[in-house]
Design a protein around this ligand. Structure first.
Ligand SMILES: NC(=O)CC[C@H](N)C(=O)O
Length: 190
C-alpha cells in the first residue's frame, strides 16, 4: 500500500510541506480535524507559531486524537514550531501544549533576535551530503533524554534529532529544493 502522510494544517508553512511530499510522489493530505487523521501513515507538524498552533490543536479537539495517533505507532515529523510541540519540555507555561513525542527540552527562539533568520549547509546524521537548512526564529534542543539521537548541530546547539518514530528539525526543510530530510523521515514509516 502506498504511504499517505498528513500535514497539520492549522497555521504556518502547510502548503510547502504538501508540495514537498507531492514532489517525492507521496500522497499528502491536510489535517484540520480528528477525522482527517484516519488512514494516515505519518504526520508532519509544520513551522509557524507554536503557541498559536498549540491553541488551535486544542480548539479543534485534536490534542487527544494526535496523542492516540502517535500511541498507535505512527511516525511524526516536527519542524521548527512543530519541533517545539513534539518536545517534552517541562518548563513551559501550562497553557502551552507540548505533546511529549520525543524526550527533548527546547530553547525557543534560541538563536536570538540579531540573527533570527539564516541558512546553512548542515551535515545531517548519516546522509552523504549536507542538507540545505533555513532557520527562522528557530529553537534549539537544550537537553535530550533516553532514545534520542542528535542528527545535526550548529555552534554546539542541537538542531535536529530523532527517536525511532519521531524526527524533529529546528529548520524548515520545506523551503528549499533539497528533499533529503523528507526522504529521511519517510524511512521511519514501515
Ligand atoms: N519558524 C518557526 O516555526 C518559528 C517558531 C517560533 N519561534 C515558535 O516559538 O513557535
Amino acid at each position: 500500500m502506498a504511504k499517505k502522510i498528513g500535514v497539520l494544517a492549522l497555521q504556518g508553512a502547510v502548503t510547502e510541506h504538501l508540495q514537498a511530499l507531492n514532489r517525492l510522489g507521496v500522497a499528502a493530505a491536510a489535517v484540520k480535524t480528528p477525522a482527517d487523521l484516519d488512514g494516515l501513515d505519518g504526520l508532519i507538524i509544520p513551522g509557524g507559531e507554536s503557541t498559536a498552533i498549540g491553541r488551535l490543536i486544542r480548539e479543534q479537539g485534536l490534542e487527544e486524537p494526535l496523542r492516540a495517533f502517535f500511541a498507535s505507532g505512527k511516525a511524526v515529523f516536527g519542524t521548527c514550531a512543530g519541533l517545539i510541540l513534539c518536545s517534552a519540555d517541562r518548563s513551559h507555561a501550562p497553557d502551552e501544549l507540548r505533546l511529549g513525542f520525543i524526550d527533548i527540552e527546547v530553547e525557543r527562539n534560541g538563536f536570538g533576535r540579531q540573527i533570527d533568520s539564516f541558512e546553512a549547509l548542515l551535515p545531517f546524521g548519516d546522509l552523504p551530503e549536507p542538507v540545505e537548512a533555513v532557520f527562522i526564529r528557530a529553537p534549539y534542543i537544550r537537553t535530550s533524554g533516553e532514545g534520542v539521537r542528535a542528527l545535526a548541530s550548529i555552534d554546539g546547539k542541537i538542531v535536529a534529532a530523532e527517536n525511532d518514530r519521531v524526527l524533529v528539525t529546528a529548520f524548515h526543510p520545506e523551503l528549499t529544493d533539497d528533499l533529503s530530510v523528507f526522504s529521511y523521515f519517510l524511512k521511519k514509516i514501515g
